[in-house]
Design a protein around this ligand. Structure first.
Ligand SMILES: Cc1cc2nc3c(=O)[nH]c(=O)nc-3n(C[C@H](O)[C@H](O)[C@H](O)COP(=O)(O)OP(=O)(O)OC[C@H]3O[C@@H](n4cnc5c(N)ncnc54)[C@H](O)[C@@H]3O)c2cc1C
Ligand SMILES: NC(=O)c1ccc[n+]([C@@H]2O[C@H](COP(=O)([O-])OP(=O)(O)OC[C@H]3O[C@@H](n4cnc5c(N)ncnc54)[C@H](OP(=O)(O)O)[C@@H]3O)[C@@H](O)[C@H]2O)c1
Length: 271
């Protein structure tokens, strides 16, 4: 028998990074953001998602869920925007995290909400409901976005005004960003809509597309055009389905990493 045969097998590399929580921001009882340290070897494309979780309780299996990375690909920290579902296996615990705590993160980011999955165009529409805003925080902070599109429009539909997380960031904070601030000031438009209380631009984004109100508000020609518009969709499945049907009606075709197209989508949650 050789020495090699006697040696114990090398320990299996862990499937997850264990990362320190650096900061937490609470928007409402049901919505919070957190930032974690980024491992040196972790690379991703702005708009991708990764598995995030916590160790199991009482020696049980870890609990992991998909999360869009809300920070851009160049950032030294990683940011996430999370819902808190009262009985949710992960988020009922994740909502209690504090700086200094540890979270688990998968090693393989992936996803279709990336610039690579779109063909060239003039205007990039980033349409999200609820936590479906998260990937736009990444894409809207990526210099490539402004190099590839002359105009970028972030649409965020939520139930209540308090759910408009990052409203101040999109209306002013992003203009101070040392990397893309100038481009954002010139090229980015933020278009929030609120469905369950009074607001300047009320109602679902889908209804504002159908009525033409959004195009009138933004001083744009009515409707989407495959010659001009590229669209990313994230959030409620019903919104994605309905908006994708509207886009197909305007002649836009769905894209993927393998075959870039006019619009791409990702279900930010099942429901
Ligand atoms: C590709 C992808 C990306 C995702 N990105 C994010 C993200 O960036 N932020 C985030 O908070 N969640 C995101 N999710 C949802 C996330 O994976 C979990 O579902 C969420 O963290 C709740 O986990 P849970 O274990 O507490 O409850 P779960 O058992 O996973 O969910 C319980 C129920 O809560 C509802 N729900 C779950 N997540 C959401 C949500 N985000 N918005 C509205 N309703 C929801 C659904 O009805 C679901 O059936 C993403 C999901 C996918 C598939
Ligand atoms: N306790 C609280 O105060 C509170 C606050 C927010 C959320 N929640 C809970 O959190 C969970 C997730 O809620 P959420 O608000 O994040 O997600 P959500 O229910 O998907 O709603 C997010 C936004 O998407 C809109 N929407 C839904 N279907 C659509 C469609 N087909 N087309 C266009 N827009 C559409 C909603 O409009 P509509 O309003 O018209 O449906 C809402 O403005 C729910 O279980 C909810 O009860 C609780």
């Amino acid at each position: 028998m050789t020495d090699t045969a006697l040696a114990p097998p090398p320990p299996k590399p862990s499937a997850f990074h264990e990362l320190e929580v650096l900061s937490v921001q609470r928007w409402t009882d049901g919505l919070f953001s957190f930032r974690i340290a980024r491992p040196d070897d972790f690379r991703f494309r702005s708009g991708e998602f990764v598995m995030i979780g916590l160790p199991g309780e009482d020696g049980g299996k870890p609990i992991l869920r998909a999360y869009s990375i809300a920070s851009p690909c160049w950032d030294e920290e990683l940011e996430f925007l999370s819902i808190a579902v009262p009985d949710g296996p992960l988020t009922s615990r994740l909502v209690k995290i504090q700086p200094g705590d540890t979270v688990l993160m998968g090693k393989k980011p992936t996803g279709t909400l990336v610039l690579d999955a779109l063909t060239g165009g003039q205007t990039l529409w980033l349409i999200g409901t609820g936590t479906g805003l998260a990937p736009w925080l990444s894409v809207a902070r990526d210099p490539d976005t402004y190099a590839r599109f002359g105009r970028v429009i972030v649409c965020h539909t939520v139930r209540n005004v308090a759910d408009l997380a990052y409203r101040d960031f999109f209306t002013s904070g992003i203009h101070e960003d040392p990397l893309i601030g100038e481009e954002a000031a010139a090229q980015l438009t933020y278009y929030p809509t609120v469905t369950r209380e009074a607001f300047d631009t009320p109602g679902r984004i889908t209804d504002r597309i159908k009525s033409g109100a959004i195009f009138a508000d933004l001083g744009l020609p009515a409707g989407f055009s495959p010659d001009r518009d590229r669209v990313m969709l994230c959030g409620s499945m019903a919104m994605i389905k309905e908006t994708a049907e509207l886009l197909e009606g305007f002649g836009l075709k769905e894209g993927s990493n393998a075959e870039p197209g006019d619009y791409v989508l990702e279900r930010a949650f099942v429901g």
